[in-house]
Design a protein around this ligand. Structure first.
Ligand code: ZN
Length: 131
């Protein structure tokens, strides 16, 4: 899945709430093909990671590639906020094979319908930097 696929899978609530967030680029680890962001929505700031699934091949083909030019590539995602874990998004990401941090516990209390795919922070990062 690429960023567009993930944005299409976002639930209405998270997509709507993501519009009040301000994502910021932090760093790019070229060794592992992972971009780090910090996003503030209301009071708290949380950390997101976007990891390029095919980074080894991408960088072999073009050693000088910039992460900003890879918006269509398949990615893995992570956010350390409570919503991403407790509302079942990390479980959904694991099922879709796009998780960086795996979670196998089904969210039977908070999201038994398995709605959405990512927290508002991740959606905010993907909209700002990958679409
Ligand atoms: Zn989050």
């Amino acid at each position: 899945m690429n960023a567009s696929d993930i944005l299409l899978g976002g639930d209405d609530g998270s997509l709507s709430r993501s519009r009040s967030c301000t994502p910021n680029f932090v760093s790019f680890d070229k060794k592992i093909g992972t971009v780090s962001f910090v996003t503030r929505c209301t009071a708290d700031a949380w950390n997101q990671k976007v990891k390029f699934e095919n980074w080894d091949e991408i960088v072999k083909e073009n050693p000088d590639v910039k992460w900003e030019d890879l918006k269509d590539e398949d990615i893995r995602i992570a956010c350390d906020c409570p919503a991403n874990l407790y509302w079942g998004y990390r479980f959904i990401q694991t099922e879709l094979d796009i998780a960086i941090d795996l979670e196998t516990r089904f969210p039977e209390k908070n999201n038994p319908q398995i709605e959405g795919v990512a927290c508002k922070h991740i959606l905010s990062v993907l909209r700002r930097y990958f679409s």
